[in-house]
Design a protein around this ligand. Structure first.
Ligand SMILES: C[S@@+](CC[C@H](N)C(=O)[O-])C[C@H]1O[C@@H](n2cnc3c(N)ncnc32)[C@H](O)[C@@H]1O
Length: 382
């Protein structure tokens, strides 16, 4: 394994690596093989040692990367506008919920919530619920978003899962969450698909492949691609879609993430899309020092859309994120932000951040899904 993470003491680092090794052993098959999704699960979410579960925030200049939410508050404000318009169209009556899955440090939620409060009718009916599987980030998000909630009069709470409190009406929001789901990596060897992962050794592990009979749920994998082709498939991402479909009664499920259709992925990324990032730089070896770098894969939107449809979700829109932002009110919000900038320097910063949002996140898409039967009876998602 690699050098200690910067700033960590050698003892702490050795203990962390030892724990990673124990978690990998626990995740291995009897022959010592750990398929990549289980490796990624340990690297991102291993208790106390995963990239998202260790102390400290992975976001921002002191962290490892930025999401669109960190690029500019206009992102959260614009998403908040879309959420508000969906909530406002749900007929008077039952309480409404905005459930943010994977809020991270709460930057998106804080900005979106401020916008929601601008509609008094929505404000008095809605609660904001945070669901993050990382205990450390869950606390961070709660602190940040609940502070805004208190100031605008919208209750904020954390929950243990999308379906923890039963069915609900409202909006489910997931920004850059599907790409952070543990994924299987499958390699076409000319005759069949092999699982890629690691094999445990006496002093660590080595990258390995294993012919396996673990079935891939539908839709089926591409047929006869060129030998050496990799695809990534995330059973956990697909389970999350189904969980939302099972609990969202009316409203919208908004998925914002980077990815492509499967046909584009096979052409543009025949060796797969797995990326490791540490301190704002790509790391060449994704197996290096698990827990100290972010691991992610592009969302395969063909699969996601097919799974969503089979789970009972109707597609309302699927387009580039920049296009969706434009339609949800970004130009107006940008103009307001520029007009109210306290200085010329702040104005320039706002413009640059806006440019980054529109042009720097070019592979990002916005997928809007609505519950099928119930939506047909309500005007919530158009
Ligand atoms: C890439 S970060 C995105 C953070 C935030 N949405 C943003 O835009 O800044 C992914 C977040 O999703 C959380 N997460 C991943 N899988 C999850 C799941 N199944 N349920 C809830 N949270 C999850 C992670 O712990 C992490 O906080």
């Amino acid at each position: 394994m690699s050098e200690p993470a910067q700033g960590a003491s050698t003892d702490e680092d050795a203990a962390r690596r030892e724990r990673v090794q124990v978690l990998l052993r626990r995740a291995s098959d009897t022959d010592g093989f750990v398929p990549f999704d289980r490796f990624m699960e340990v690297a991102l979410y291993g208790e106390g040692v995963g990239f998202y579960t260790r102390e400290g925030s992975p976001f921002g200049p002191e962290g490892d990367y930025y999401t669109a939410a960190h690029a500019s508050p206009l992102f959260g404000r614009t998403v908040g506008e879309r959420v508000r318009s969906v909530l406002a169209a749900i007929p008077e009556g039952p309480p409404l919920r905005v459930l943010e899955v994977g809020p991270g440090d709460g930057v998106l939620g804080a900005a979106a919530l401020a916008g929601l409060a601008e509609d008094p009718a929505v404000r008095k009916r809605v609660e904001y619920v945070l669901v993050d599987r990382s205990p450390t980030l869950s606390v961070r998000a709660y602190e940040r978003v609940s502070e805004v909630g208190r100031s605008v009069g919208i209750p904020v709470r954390a929950a243990g899962g999308v379906g923890a409190d039963g069915p609900f009406l409202g909006v489910v929001l997931a920004n850059e969450v599907l790409d952070a789901q543990p994924a299987r990596r499958l390699l076409w060897d000319g005759e069949g698909w092999q699982d890629v992962g690691v094999r445990l050794t006496d002093d660590g592990f080595v990258p390995a492949t294993a012919p396996r009979d673990r079935p891939v749920p539908p839709p089926e994998l591409p047929r006869n691609p060129a030998p050496g082709t990799f695809v990534e498939v995330s059973p956990m991402a697909e389970a999350l879609l189904r969980e939302v479909a099972d609990h969202l009664v009316a409203g919208l499920f908004l998925v914002l993430d980077y990815g492509m259709d499967e046909s584009e992925l096979l052409v543009a990324h025949p060796f797969g899309t797995l990326a490791a990032v540490r301190r704002h730089r790509f790391v060449e070896d994704p197996f290096e020092d698990p827990g100290t770098a972010d691991l992610s894969v592009f969302v395969n939107f063909s699969r996601v859309r097919a799974v969503a449809a089979s789970a009972g979700l109707r597609e309302v829109a699927f387009r580039r994120q920049a296009e969706a932002l434009g339609e949800w009110g970004f130009p107006r919000l940008l103009e307001e932000a520029i007009r109210s900038a306290p200085s010329r320097e702040a104005e320039v910063r706002t413009r640059l951040a806006a440019k980054n949002l529109l042009f720097g996140f070019e592979r990002f898409c916005a997928l809007e899904l609505a519950p099928r039967e119930r939506d047909d009876r309500s005007p919530t998602a158009t």
